[in-house]
Design a protein around this ligand. Structure first.
Ligand code: COA
Length: 254
């Protein structure tokens, strides 16, 4: 199996499912169709014995530029559950190991999804950015719970309130990534770790992952629901609308 559907590439080999963001002209910014394709792929992978581990990757230029800002600007106020919520649920509930290979920018949900991956390998030029407040939004994917818990309130506030970018080296020092590598070595290293996991007892890994997260999983889901409710309101705020318009007008003399 090796194909691309809705800007998400799929390749399954020796128990390792590679899911790649494949929208390079937009730095792999996520559309609704991409979220749904990823959610479906993760759910299927969790149920398919042929898949032992999932590797999520971008290209050497970008991991993922977050939600497509044009889609944010066009979002209707009463849209119900956003496709991103389906993706978050699927990644959160994934019982098998997930490894991320990150080069270039990982922005917004591109950064927050890393908090839910089991192993994260980053290229030396990778950059994690949580720009939600700057965009008139609020953070998501339980990052308001996980980052303060991992880093302490003040360091988390620098990332989540100031939107300070976090370099690969800083992310490693903060415990958000496992290793920093030359860009060309990131995906091979992620695949090497994935191959080791694919050769490890699947029930053992499922039990280990479930135990590592324990009862905290329910807390993450509850926080995600709270964040998503705030997010949906903020999406329609004048501050957010102005930030989206400013981004979309860049380079157009506007
Ligand atoms: N939504 C829509 N389009 C996006 C995008 C996004 N999230 N991120 C990048 N793009 C588009 C750019 O508008 C640009 O389009 P153009 O070629 O028509 O001008 C193209 O992708 C390339 O991006 P560019 O900004 O020129 O590349 P860069 O290497 O200088 O910077 C980023 C890359 C990711 C740092 C920068 O594009 C960025 O900050 N994007 C917005 C990230 C963001 O705020 N996401 C929302 C999170 S909630």
């Amino acid at each position: 199996m090796n194909d691309t559907t809705n800007d998400i590439s799929h390749a399954l080999e020796a128990g390792v499912l590679r899911l790649g963001f494949d929208r390079p002209a937009r730095k792999n910014a996520m559309t609704g169709a991409m979220y749904l394709a990823l959610a479906e792929a993760l759910q299927q992978a969790d149920a398919d014995d042929a898949v032992r581990v999932v590797v999520i990757h971008g290209n050497e230029d970008a991991f993922c530029a977050g939600n497509d800002i044009g889609d944010f600007a066009a979002a209707a106020p009463s849209e119900g559950e956003r496709p991103s919520a389906r993706f978050m649920k699927a990644l959160l509930r994934m019982g098998k190991p997930v490894v991320a290979a990150v080069n270039g920018p990982a922005v917004g949900i591109g950064a927050t999804m890393l908090l839910h991956c089991d192993l994260v390998y980053a290229g030396s030029a990778a950059k994690l950015v949580f720009p939600f407040a700057k965009l008139g939004l609020c953070p998501e994917f339980a990052s308001t719970l996980l980052l303060p818990a991992k880093l302490g309130h003040q360091r988390a506030a620098a990332l989540l309130m100031l939107g300070e970018p976090c370099t690969a080296a800083e992310a490693q020092a903060l415990g958000l990534v496992n290793a920093v590598l030359p860009p060309a070595e990131v995906l091979p290293q992620a695949l090497k770790a994935a191959a080791q996991l694919a050769a490890t007892s699947a029930p053992s890994l499922r039990a280990t992952k479930a135990l590592m997260r324990g009862e905290e999983l329910a807390g993450y889901e509850a926080r995600i629901a709270q964040e998503n409710a705030q997010f949906a309101q903020l999406l329609a705020s004048p501050e957010a609308k102005a930030a989206f318009a400013a981004f979309l007008q860049r380079g157009k003399g506007g």
